[in-house]
Ligand binder design. Structure first.
Ligand SMILES: [Zn+2]
Length: 333
């Protein structure tokens, strides 16, 4: 009887989604992502005026990454809806249960954009146990949108609908930018803001745009978990060496060798270790190959190209956001 009561209570908690209750919905403190290092500035509105404009003018020759051009906290962290808990400001988000992330596509993405998004998602599916699945009726999900407001995402699962914005074509120039924003949505922060980063890089504050100095704040050791993975210059979550420079000179200099910082070609081996640790992929998956995890067959996947993208394309064909002539051809796959 007691067991039944406990189960019923747990089920009831699963049905509630206010953010101050989110730790309870997931069960353990380990599932909570601490946002206490951030001020209320993480909440706001998409910035079309400045960020949209500079990302529109972005080219690969810019010397920085497009997600480093935003006026948001750390360039690309934005919570578009303020969900208040008992104490006013939400201080935590959560991981996605079992690494399953329901999604919808509501942006105006052309064929090429969709190819980049598809490649990013497939990288997760190939190398981690994260599964992006077309949303059916799930309460918590991400919506991939393409507002003229740069590249941005919230951190972790906020509860309800949450947007990941990928302005086209700037934020879809490289697959690593899409992977980067999705890693934020999974709960990861920027690598160069780790609490021990000063052992690995020297931040050149004199070269940083005055308004962007806060983007280089270090996280507190208490609020972050590194999963035992050492600092990683090659992380897809690391800023480029000239991020937020006011004079073209470096803002981050590696203390060890000639490290290449800010790559956006894809996951680094250590990125994969972190994703797979946060989501217990090693425990949940059938096996591990190298730094990645042999993926389980997602529900409904019969092999070859996953049904996931048939759903992507089907949803687009139903008019979820296609307006231009380059719209995705539903017969492509
Ligand atoms: Zn970022």
């Amino acid at each position: 009887m007691l067991k039944l009561l406990v189960l019923t209570t747990a089920f009831a908690l699963c049905l509630s989604h206010p953010l101050d209750e989110i730790s309870k919905t997931n069960g353990t403190a380990q599932d909570v992502i601490d946002l206490s290092q951030y001020s209320s500035e993480i909440y706001g509105k998409p910035d079309e005026k400045e960020t949209g404009k500079v990302v529109e003018e972005y080219t690969e020759d810019s010397g920085v990454n497009p997600e480093e051009l935003g006026s948001y906290v750390e360039g690309d962290i934005l919570f578009t809806e303020q969900r208040t808990g008992r104490n006013g400001l939400a201080k935590q988000t959560a991981r996605w249960p079992n690494g399953i992330v329901p999604f919808v596509i509501e942006g105006n993405f052309n064929n090429r954009d969709m190819g980049i998004i598809e490649e990013a998602v497939m990288e997760y599916h190939r190398k981690t146990c994260i599964r992006f699945v077309p949303r059916s009726s799930e309460t918590d999900y991400i919506s991939l949108v393409s507002g003229r407001s740069g590249c941005w995402s919230a951190v972790g699962r906020t509860g309800g609908r949450q947007e990941v914005n990928l302005q086209s074509p700037g934020c879809l120039t490289k697959v690593g930018t899409a992977i980067h924003e999705l890693m934020h949505a999974l709960g990861f922060l920027h690598e160069q803001n780790r609490h021990e980063r000063d052992d690995y890089v020297t931040v050149q504050f004199q070269n940083i745009q005055p308004s962007a100095v806060g983007n280089f704040d270090k996280a507190s050791a208490a609020s972050t978990i590194d999963f035992g993975v050492p600092y990683d210059y090659g992380s897809v979550m690391h800023y480029s060496g000239s991020a937020f420079s006011t004079n073209g000179r470096p803002t981050i200099i590696a203390r060890q060798g000639n490290a290449n910082m800010g790559q956006r070609d894809g996951f680094s081996p250590r990125d994969l270790q972190k994703v797979n640790s946060m989501y217990n992929c090693n425990r949940n998956s059938a096996g591990i190959e190298g730094n990645g995890v042999v993926p389980q067959q997602p529900h409904g996947q019969a092999g070859g190209r996953p049904n996931l993208f048939l759903s992507f394309l089907g949803g687009l064909a139903n008019g979820l956001g296609i307006k231009d002539e380059e719209s995705v051809d539903n017969n492509k796959v």
